[in-house]
Write a protein that binds this ligand. Structure first.
Ligand code: HCB
Length: 225
């Protein structure tokens, strides 16, 4: 596997800050052609760009249209890198079934989608409900697929409260004992996960994979019929 130079990592980061989708996808394509690990390009190149954008937005140095352009650039990079990541999971046995989505009122999708891609790349069967997903939708899909894990993303301090609603909806549907809940997103913390009765918190997509694996180990083994 090739290593990415600091210059390329900076260019990747800058393509997101500039909201330049063509540059971002070009850099992603060149990285793959050079044998770079796709996750390295994502985590060390493009994601730091999103963090820089968030910081500039918070300081009032960037506005909503800039943030949208940056998200577009990130999507362009992911359109190249996502299939490469997915290839890595093609022949693995199914590690578990995960229902994933971003909570009601929240349309941030990039982090949630990355979590889904990496889970799939590590053998999980992932059903991505998308964004703005109600607690009832999470519970109903978990029932339909007999899901092992429900993964709930939230990027806003206002919408992270709805993660609690998902835990409650699973309890109400009688599914809580068989369905683990993992939460994540920029404002979410381990302490918050404990407070709302979730089973775990992951700070990034690789941690989400490790968490999902450990949650599968904690699941009770079904009694033989
Ligand atoms: Co948005 N936005 N945004 N935004 N946005 C944030 C989240 C702020 C923090 C920016 C800031 O002020 N610093 C801020 C939230 C402040 C707060 O609540 N405290 C904010 C705001 C305010 C808003 C609006 C309200 C702005 C407005 O309209 N005035 C608005 C809300 C819209 C809505 O949802 N109802 C809004 C809109 C947007 C877009 C549409 C322009 C765009 C999203 C486009 C899209 O997703 N298609 C956007 C973006 C891009 C961001 C930032 C810049 C980047 C988010 C991102 O993609 N990060 C973000 C700043 C930031 O997060 N620091 C900013 C990169 C990914 C890879 O990281 O954290 O999402 P991630 O996911 C990680 C990790 O958390 C974990 O793994 C992922 C992968 O490593 N994880 C999980 C995530 N979910 C998990 C679930 C699990 O089960 C396990 C792990």
């Amino acid at each position: 596997m090739g290593r990415i130079s600091d210059e390329t990592l900076n260019a990747m980061r800058q393509s997101i800050v500039d909201g330049a989708p063509d540059t971002a996808s070009d850099l992603a394509r060149r990285a793959i052609a050079a044998g770079v690990e796709p996750l390295e390009a994502i985590n060390d190149g493009f994601v730091p760009g999103m963090h820089a954008v968030g910081e500039q937005f918070a300081r009032g140095q960037m506005f909503l249209p800039d943030m949208m352009a940056s998200a577009e650039a990130m999507r362009a990079a992911m359109a190249v890198l996502d299939p490469e990541l997915k290839k890595q999971g093609a022949d693995r046995p199914v590690a578990g079934t995960v229902v994933l989505g971003t909570t009601k009122g929240d349309i941030h999708e990039i982090g949630k989608t990355l979590v889904g891609t990496l889970l799939a790349a590590h053998g999980f069967r992932v059903h991505d409900l998308g964004v703005d997903v109600s607690a009832e939708q999470f519970a109903s899909k978990a029932r339909e697929l007999n899901a092992d894990i429900v993964g709930v993303s939230a990027l806003l301090t206002t919408t992270m409260r709805n993660q609690r609603g998902v835990v409650e909806a699973l309890v109400k549907a009688g599914l809580r004992s068989q369905t683990k809940v993992m939460v994540g997103g920029a404002p979410v913390t381990r302490q918050w996960a404990e407070e709302i009765g979730a089973d775990g918190y992951a700070k990034d997509a690789m941690t989400a994979v490790a968490l999902a694996r450990s949650l599968m180990e904690q699941k009770p083994v079904p009694e033989p019929a």
